[in-house]
Design a binder for this molecule. Structure first.
Ligand code: GLY
Ligand code: MN
Ligand code: MN
Length: 447
């Protein structure tokens, strides 16, 4: 999969081009404890390397340079005794399938030579201070030698957009990871629905989510899980996770696993006590109907904003039915009068980043959906406790329903259909007696 990604990026390059991609480093969490390592998404897309401190060099028709060289930390038994085995240059070739590899230490001299021979350089300035500094001192050196045959690049290109275009269209191998992330995520949501009850801590449910992701060998979560009971559901990226569920609460859970770097992103809302109250159910059904309208619309050719428009039309009708707004639904949509209660968009691309790479607007217009794109569909309505524009029984309620979608040739495929959304099915899932479920049928395979 990663070799294929490199081939795709090389196809974007011209003869005489070099491309330089630094990987992520370790980050200090406290004193001498580091944060769990997460590879930079573009670098991961091109390499599949799970180690810090690496650099990828791609070359197309630049002297006798190999098309791909991975610079990685050299093997060092004394260091590896503390932090585990490294791939090393040999492993980069034998395990990761690189044509060439070399130790990172000392890479500068080789890069400097390579720089002298290229016409254009793909490099993203402003992200990695160390390699920025190196490049900013290497380029003037070549500029002073411009009268020689080898004179350094004339053009500096930012690879962000080209990579985003590649990442936006998922291959079959990438979709396998996305499906796996979706399946594990579905199990986690079902488990939480079954286990949640008044008195449980939000943190306990968060632990069950993280446990389920890791139980199946996922990397972990794709973003910190949101477990928001009661009015906490109105905080879009609620993180405190320190309240106990009360009877009569709705609980909003927004959580997704990450598998081989690929994210799922699912939100469900369920009643802590097992049954929706009539106002809760009325609100829930409006959001569900909005989601269904958006799902029905999502197909190749539809601009991505069309998914949003399909959802907001239903939300606008719902805000009228709830007595929150009195204007006509079309006016509510055109003037975006729904914004105080639906303040985010309906969709974002989904992939290596939960809010994945790719432009939503191209040439001034909303981008048409194409087969192979993955996106979320996540309408919501949020009524904060002190919002006097809203009927009293709705205050403190927040509902979002979020699923992950693959655009196919004929329409779309719902990747996260295994988590129910119909309110009766949600109540049934809440009533399920759920000892920890058995392992999924297939074992995880890391590409
Ligand atoms: N979990 C972040 C989002 O739904 O976009
Ligand atoms: Mn989302
Ligand atoms: Mn989400």
């Amino acid at each position: 999969m990663f070799q294929d990604h490199r081939r795709r990026f090389l196809a974007c390059m011209e003869e005489g081009d070099l491309a330089l991609f630094p990987g992520a480093g370790l980050r200090l969490r406290s004193h001498d404890v580091v944060y769990p390592f997460r590879q930079q998404s573009d670098f991961w897309y091109l390499t599949g390397l799970r180690e810090p401190d690496a650099l990828l060099l791609l070359a197309k028709g630049v002297g006798d340079l190999p098309a791909e060289t991975l610079f990685v930390a050299a093997r060092e038994p004394e260091r590896e005794a503390w932090t585990g085995p490294r791939v090393g240059p040999e492993g980069a070739v034998s395990q990761l399938g690189f044509a060439a590899a070399a130790p990172l230490r000392g890479a500068e001299a080789r890069l400097d030579q390579a720089l002298g021979r290229c016409r254009r350089l793909w490099y993203r300035l402003g992200e990695d201070a160390r390699w920025d500094r190196w490049l900013l001192q290497a380029l003037p050196g070549w500029r002073r030698r411009t009268r020689l045959e080898e004179a350094g690049p004339e053009t500096l290109l930012d690879p962000t957009r080209a990579l985003a275009e590649l990442r936006l269209h998922k291959s079959a191998a990438e979709l396998e990871c996305m499906r796996r992330a979706a399946a594990i995520t579905a199990e986690a949501h079902l488990l939480v629905m079954a286990r949640a009850e008044p008195g449980a801590g939000e943190w306990e449910l968060e632990a069950l989510l993280s446990y389920t992701f890791r139980r199946h060998g996922a990397d972990g979560w794709a973003y910190p899980p949101i477990v928001a009971s009661g009015a906490n559901a109105c905080v879009l990226h609620y993180t405190a996770c320190d309240r106990r569920l009360a009877d009569g609460d709705l609980v909003l859970v927004d959580a997704g696993a990450e598998v081989a770097g690929y994210a799922a992103d699912v939100t469900r809302v369920f009643p802590a006590g097992g049954c929706f109250s009539p106002p809760q159910r009325e609100l829930y059904e409006i959001v569900l109907e909005a989601q269904r309208a958006a799902l029905a619309a999502a197909a190749p050719g539809l601009p991505v904003d069309g998914v949003h428009q399909a959802a907001v039309l239903v939300l606008a009708q719902g805000l009228r039915a709830l007595g929150v707004l009195s204007r006509g639904a079309e006016e509510i949509v055109v003037k975006q009068l729904y914004r105080p209660w639906f303040m985010h968009n309906t969709s974002h691309w989904l992939g290596l980043d939960v809010h994945d790479a790719g432009r939503y607007v191209v040439g001034g217009s909303s981008r048409p959906l194409r087969p192979g794109m993955c996106l979320t569909v996540e309408p919501g309505l949020y009524f904060s406790t002190d919002d006097e524009r809203v009927p009293r029984e709705l205050r403190g309620l927040g509902v979002r329903i979020e699923d992950d979608l693959l655009i196919t040739a004929s329409g779309n495929e719902l990747l996260t259909a295994a988590v129910p959304t119909h309110p009766a099915a949600v109540e049934e899932a809440c009533a399920a007696v759920c000892p920890l479920p058995p392992a999924l049928a297939t074992e995880i395979v890391h590409p």
